[in-house]
Design a protein around this ligand. Structure first.
Ligand SMILES: Cc1cn([C@@H]2O[C@H](COP(=O)(O)OP(=O)(O)OP(=O)(O)O)[C@@H](O)[C@H]2O)c(=O)[nH]c1=O
Length: 613
């Protein structure tokens, strides 16, 4: 049998499979391996968040399973086996790692997530070579992983529950077994099928070749590095001891590290001379995946902006999947460029790719198509056309401070209609997402009239009239804004209790109101301008509602961070803490200033004062 030399290298060794999985046992015994089974007692509870990638987690779990068995067997009779094999299979979708379900509901949650979508199955494998000298256990670990992509069909609830009730999901990662009934759920598989079942046999054989038959120096030029030798070359792999090196003898060139009984001493990647790649004997630091993602972050943002600008998400909205060529035709762009952009959007979770072409994810349908009620298309466009350029001056703004940077920006030409509408779309998208939370953060039923200063398209005003049917709300904003508000009113009649008044809140008379609202306004201005505005409203009302992201002592949430830099490059304003807002409001006679959270990115403060006589 031509394949036997590879597996045959293990025939004279005592091999232990550290796994309770019947599938792993079957795959390896069908391959002709002779081994004992000692299930690992290692509890699969490593902190997933501490691993840079899902497969790093699977590899480490596989390694810990194998090491636990090697150490236990050594302790028991002071003689460990020669080789211990450990494996761990996980399913990943949208950054989430799915292991074995804990109960039927959990299985349902997992299968619903996978339903109709593509996901990855990773198996991490550890091959541990054990050597006992003077009762001391010396362990050498080789490890690898394999990824297979699996696509589920669209499945009905009924079918999912029927499958769950079969009992098959319970001992399987992701809640399904592709080798049995679960095979009926699967539309296609890309990669090694056995890897999904629980053991990547092909990669395992390649690893054995790498470990037991390291390439001779003269062969290095012509051997393709990551390929299993063609079948005919297996026959040249003599099984005579000495023809290759034995990792357990310590003279191999395979990619593996050494672990000692008390702890693991990892070595660098494979080196022909058996040294680590740095030559220093130290392990390289953990792979900084998060940092690299950050460095590349601007490319992801730009890809999203360009896809929005080319209306990719509009073309795909609510429709059948389209091929790259058809999309390129509709957006008037090159096929090769479009295909790359679409694939990046798939990687960013904005599009899905199927055999029939690309289609929007739900996220893109709701937020990136330009016409949805909760569309952020306008915000993406303003970020592309306006903020992107401003951020190229960030270094200058940081060096000189807000006012210097603002001075330069103030010289910008008067905004075109296109720019004004783009600004309004951006503000409208954000306001629509938070309007209900702002309107309901406090009970405002005691107020009878409100004026939303800088209320733009009236998204918050509308939410207020819906929540408080007796409240009369006026939106006050610059004439050039009010001029265009009709484009943003939903179909149907505007509520009787809602009106728009044009004006400049620093210069013109303000509409009478019981409650003044300043949503995302105060952060745009320095303290002196905030005081000027507050003094204009304070003598005339019974309350003030301020919506802003309030700075806290604890580190800011990642999503709210760029906002403070945005203000630095764009305005003379800044974000403020609760004591700062409270101080400003109290200085203008508002008492009992209370804070409520309205989601991750916005807080609401309500201050009251005795109504004017
Ligand atoms: C996706 C999929 C997974 N599985 C099984 O899921 C378990 C994963 O769990 P694990 O933690 O890696 O292994 P285990 O079963 O707990 O065994 P152990 O090695 O002792 O930890 C393994 O069984 C695999 O076959 C299938 O049988 N078919 C499939 O399509």
């Amino acid at each position: 049998m031509v394949l036997s030399p590879v597996i045959g290298k293990l025939l004279h060794k005592r091999v232990v499979l550290a796994s309770a999985s019947p599938r792993r046992r079957e795959i390896l015994s069908h391959a002709g391996l002779r081994f004992e089974v000692v299930p690992s007692r290692f509890k699969e509870k490593l902190d997933k968040a501490s691993f840079p990638t899902p497969y790093a987690y699977a590899i480490e779990t596989a390694k810990q399973k194998a090491l636990e068995v090697a150490r236990r067997m050594h302790q028991k009779d002071l003689r460990a086996p020669d080789v211990v094999i450990g494996a761990d299979t996980i399913v990943t979708i949208g950054g989430l790692i799915l292991e074995k379900p804990v109960d039927k509901q959990d299985a349902y949650r997992m299968l619903s997530r996978l339903n109709g979508k593509e996901h990855s199955v990773f198996t991490g494998v550890a091959i541990v070579h054990c050597c006992t000298t003077d009762a001391q256990l010396d362990l050498e670990v080789s490890e690898f992983h394999e990824e297979t992509t699996v696509k589920f069909s669209e499945l009905s609830e009924e079918l999912l529950w029927e499958y769950i009730d079969s009992g098959e999901p319970m001992d399987k990662a992701g809640g399904y077994g592709i080798q049995a009934l679960g095979g009926m759920l699967v539309e296609h598989v890309r990669g090694d099928f056995l890897n999904v079942v629980g053991f990547p046999l092909n990669h395992f054989c390649k690893k054995l070749v790498e470990l037991y038959y390291p390439p001779r120096r003269e062969d290095l030029q012509r051997v393709k590095h990551d390929s299993i030798p063609a079948v005919d070359t297996f026959e040249n792999l003599s099984d005579v001891e000495g023809s290759g090196s034995d990792p357990a003898q310590g003279d191999d060139g395979g990619g593996h590290g050494r672990a000692e009984a008390g702890g693991d001493k990892r070595q660098g990647p494979a080196g022909m001379q058996g040294t680590d790649s740095t030559g220093t004997g130290e392990s390289p630091p953990p792979f900084p995946a998060g940092l690299l993602e950050l460095i590349d972050g601007f490319k992801a943002s730009k890809a999203l902006f360009v896809a929005c600008k080319l209306n990719v998400f509009d073309v795909l909205k609510d429709g059948a999947p389209l091929k790259a060529m058809d999309i390129a035709g509709k957006i008037d762009a090159s096929v090769c460029g479009t295909e790359r952009l679409l694939d990046v959007c798939v990687a960013l979770g904005l599009l899905e790719k199927t055999d029939r072409g690309y289609r929007n994810t739900e996220l893109a349908d709701v937020h990136l198509a330009s016409d949805g009620e909760y569309s952020l298309h306008g915000l993406a466009m303003r970020s592309n056309d306006h903020f992107w350029n401003l951020f190229t001056d960030l270094e200058l703004a940081v060096r000189e401070g807000a006012s210097a940077a603002f001075g330069r920006k103030a010289e910008e030409p008067v905004q075109s209609k296109h720019k004004k509408l783009q600004f309004m779309r951006a503000m409208h998208g954000l306001a629509m997402l938070t309007a209900h939370q702002v309107a309901t953060a406090f009970d405002l039923s005691r107020f009878t009239s409100a004026c939303d200063l800088g209320g733009c398209t009236g998204a918050l005003a509308r939410a207020l009239t819906q929540e408080y049917p007796r409240l009369k709300v006026t939106v006050f904003d610059l004439p050039e804004v009010i001029e265009h508000v009709t484009c943003f009113q939903p179909e149907g009649r505007r509520p009787d209790w809602m009106s728009f008044t044009p004006g400049d809140f620093f210069k013109d008379d303000l509409p009478e109101a019981d409650l003044y609202i300043l949503s995302r306004i105060l952060h745009e201005w320095p303290d002196d301008k905030v005081c000027e505005l507050l003094s204009r409203v304070s003598s005339r009302c019974g309350g003030i509602l301020v919506a802003e992201k309030v700075l806290e002592d604890k580190p800011a949430a990642r999503g709210s961070l760029p906002s403070s830099l945005n203000l630095l490059v764009r305005t003379q304003g800044r974000e403020r803490s609760l004591p700062e807002y409270r101080g400003l409001l109290e200085r203008h006679g508002f008492r009992d200033v209370r804070l409520a959270h309205a989601g991750d990115r916005l807080d609401v403060m309500l201050g009251t004062r005795a109504s004017p006589p």
